[in-house]
Ligand binder design. Structure first.
Ligand code: KIV
Ligand code: ZN
Length: 393
């Protein structure tokens, strides 16, 4: 499908890079078996493209990408390659057994990377883009090209690189905000300008790849989609280099929940999100912060009396999506010093107690005293309080 028709559709392709960029987080290394488990999960939940690893990085990475390529039932399997012939050959070999494989090759484009990392001129980089995309296309039909540090690259040079990549046969053009430096308005303009001005831009799908150094990875990715990008690169739990990448679960649920403001959709089955988050957190040994959007322990938990009272009357008062829609069993009303009588009564009922008025008031007062002293009030504490109260009647 061409980019013009892509931009005209509301379908957004999800490119998950948990197994590549995510695994590059310091300390997040996964074993071969864990990678296979994560890949199977991503494939089953409807991820369109799984970046399974960086095949030249190690034999282990090559084996993992090859095995995932052989096993994948639905997703395109991508292998990453620097703009180096040996990298591209290795990535091609790793994905060749996939039902649908992709080589994802990248080169730096920003002045700071060219001067200090690559030590190359712009002309040399343009030549490299053409050579590496051509080499990749000789191995496989599906080729993605990324301009590393694109958001700190002058627009005229970036546009020339994108044009060279498309002319050499790249089918996806990825515009990474490698250092998480962009802001939504700027990223929107960048993608829109490239789509509108680069000749033959309709021959490729444009893609976002946003890092979270300023906490704007998801907002930037969605701005890119509004500008016409139709692939979003993201990771489970927002795992990734430094502060991470755009979080897959946030992208998916933002599109699912706010179709009025963001009229685009993915084919992800969101009921897998909570499980995916747990499995990736366990595999990487990376705890998920309690207040993490969508999948954090507190994402569907309420403690304040006002909120708990509202929730008991109608869940939409304080929840914009249902826990079930992301695979979480139920909302939790956490008992603490901010809880009110309504939630306390409801909790006691759940525990099998219905107290008379006086006993209830008395127990509620004692519960508040306890909650002031204790950080967490567990069911066992409440049972002890009620049993004590009943004993004294
Ligand atoms: O952040 C980045 O620029 C990358 C590229 C390899 C796509 O991860
Ligand atoms: Zn990245």
């Amino acid at each position: 499908m061409s980019q013009t028709s892509q931009s005209n559709t509301d379908r957004v392709y999800i490119f998950d890079t948990t197994l590549r960029d995510g695994e590059q987080s310091p300390g997040a290394t996964m074993t071969h078996e864990e990678k296979l488990q994560v890949a199977e999960l991503l494939d089953n939940m409807g991820v369109d493209i799984i970046e399974a690893g960086f095949p030249i990085a190690s034999n282990g990475d090559f084996e993992a990408v090859s095995e995932i390529a052989r096993r994948s039932k639905n997703a395109v399997i991508a292998g990453l390659a620097r703009a180096i012939p040996a990298d591209i050959d290795r990535a091609g070999a790793a994905v060749k057994h996939a039902r649908r494989g992709r080589i994802h090759t990248f080169v730096s484009t920003s002045p700071i990377h060219l001067a200090h990392q690559m030590r190359k001129t712009q002309e040399e980089v343009l030549e490299i883009v053409t050579q590496t995309v051509t080499q990749s296309r000789n191995l496989i039909d599906d080729v993605e090209w990324s301009g590393m540090d694109a958001t700190r690259t002058p627009m005229d040079f970036l546009a020339k690189c994108v044009e060279a990549a498309i002319n050499a046969g790249a089918t996806t053009i990825n515009i990474p905000d490698t250092v998480g430096y962009s802001v939504p308005e700027e990223y929107y303009e960048m993608i829109k300008t490239l789509i509108e001005t680069v000749p033959n831009s309709d021959k490729a799908i444009f893609s976002t790849h946003c890092h979270n150094d300023l906490g704007m990875a998801v907002a930037n990715s969605l701005a890119g989609v509004r500008a016409g990008a139709r692939q979003v690169e993201c990771t489970i739990n927002g795992l990734g280099e430094r502060a991470g990448n755009a979080a897959l679960e946030e992208i998916v649920m933002a599109l699912q929940t706010r179709g009025d403001a963001l009229p685009y959709h993915t084919e992800i089955d969101a009921t897998h999100l909570a499980r995916a988050s747990k499995i990736v957190a366990a595999a990487c040994n990376f705890p998920v912060q309690y207040n993490k959007a969508i999948v954090g322990k507190n994402a569907f938990a309420h403690e304040s009396g006002i909120h708990q009272d509202g929730m008991l009357k109608n869940a939409e008062t304080y929840e914009i999506m249902t826990p079930a829609s992301v695979g979480i069993k139920e909302t939790s009303l956490v008992m603490g010093k901010h809880s009110g009588r309504a939630a306390f009564k409801d909790k006691l009922k759940d525990l099998g107690y219905e107290l008379g008025d006086n006993a209830f008031q008395e127990t509620f007062v004692r519960f508040k005293e306890l909650a002031d002293r204790k950080k967490n009030v567990y069911d066992e504490d409440l049972i002890a309080l009620v049993d004590d109260e009943m004993g004294s009647i």
